[in-house]
Ligand binder design. Structure first.
Ligand code: C2E
Ligand code: MG
Ligand code: MG
Ligand code: MG
Length: 282
């Protein structure tokens, strides 16, 4: 009896595995048509100077409205798009759309775009960025490309070459999710980063455990020492913001200052009549 049950359990498990694989195949398939079917959208999240509260720019974040499933989270579909290569078409759409949108904003506002390892290693990437800037009329200095450390590992020599070429265009480079994954301090020295984005897991820990505050302080010290601006990600509370202000962190991004939303929501900044003078930060 126990044996039969065991086998039944095994079969059920097997069946659910099959369902998972089928589900994933369906997502892979649907993702291939997401761009042409107009199912993708960008939302924008403000980045603000901590000392003045002025908005300095926005990060573009991708959203997929699946016709049957509704919204699918990027954490769910970006890895699939990377594995299937669909990220190349999707990423191209993101960059074009983000640059076109940002080209309508007042001059100093910057746009940050997430770029995956697959895009970074594509031999046409730099030329594509160049062409997109030209088409949109956006100055290269106003585009920031966010990459994670993970994107550097596969082929560090090639990544370095690409980042140098992007820098030569005038584009800024930010290291996203700093402190997670395969962190190595030498990455900060070897690659031409302009900014470090401290991962939100560290910001969350600032008040919940003593190590949290120590880690954030040392990343800020590192940024100062290397001449890199530091962006705190995922700032949700006044306490977190006060801590960051006291520690002279330059920039903050998080639900406290604004959730990612359609750009129309931020018209007071993007239409050039903001009360605060917008200052640009290196
Ligand atoms: P990321 O680049 O680190 O983006 C920050 C994520 O944190 C976003 O999640 C944002 O909505 C979320 N966030 C911002 N402030 C807060 C906060 O105060 N609290 C909390 N709990 N979360 C906050 P989202 O939009 O779900 O994106 C997840 C990840 O998907 C991004 O992480 C990025 O790695 C990837 N992604 C998003 N858009 C794109 C894209 O266009 N291309 C590529 N390659 N990846 C993208
Ligand atoms: Mg990012
Ligand atoms: Mg991040
Ligand atoms: Mg992330």
């Amino acid at each position: 009896r126990a044996k039969a049950e065991g086998r039944g359990t095994y079969r059920r498990y097997d069946a659910s595995m099959g369902a998972q694989i089928r589900d994933r195949r369906m997502l892979e398939h649907d993702l291939r048509h997401a761009v042409s079917r107009g199912e993708l959208d960008l939302v924008y999240q403000p980045q603000t100077r901590i000392d003045t509260g002025a908005v300095t720019g926005f990060e573009a974040l991708l959203r997929w409205r699946h016709p049957e499933r509704g919204p699918v989270s990027p954490d769910q579909f970006i890895p699939i798009a990377e594995e299937t290569g669909a990220i190349l078409e999707i990423g191209a759409w993101v960059l074009r759309e983000a640059c076109r949108t940002a080209s309508l904003w007042p001059q100093p506002l910057a746009i940050a775009v997430n770029v995956s390892a697959v895009q970074l290693h594509n031999p046409h990437f730099v030329q594509f960025v160049h062409g997109t800037l030209f088409e949109s009329g956006l100055k290269a200095e106003r585009l920031e490309i966010e990459i994670t450390e993970t994107a550097l590992i596969r082929d560090p020599a090639r990544a370095l070459l690409t980042l140098r070429q992007l820098k030569a265009l005038g584009v800024r480079i930010a290291m996203d999710d700093f402190g997670t994954g395969y962190s190595s301090l030498s990455n900060l020295r070897s690659f031409p980063f302009d900014r470090i984005k401290i991962d939100r897991s560290f910001i969350k820990a600032v008040h919940s455990n003593p190590q949290g505050a120590a880690i954030v302080r040392s990343v800020l010290g590192l940024g100062r020492g290397l001449g890199l601006a530091v962006v705190a990600e995922g700032v949700e509370t006044d306490e977190e913001l006060s801590f960051l202000a006291a520690e002279h962190c330059t920039l903050a991004q998080g639900y406290l200052m604004g959730r990612p939303a359609p750009i129309a929501i931020f018209a007071e900044y993007t239409h050039g009549n903001a009360q605060d003078p917008v200052a640009s930060v290196a």
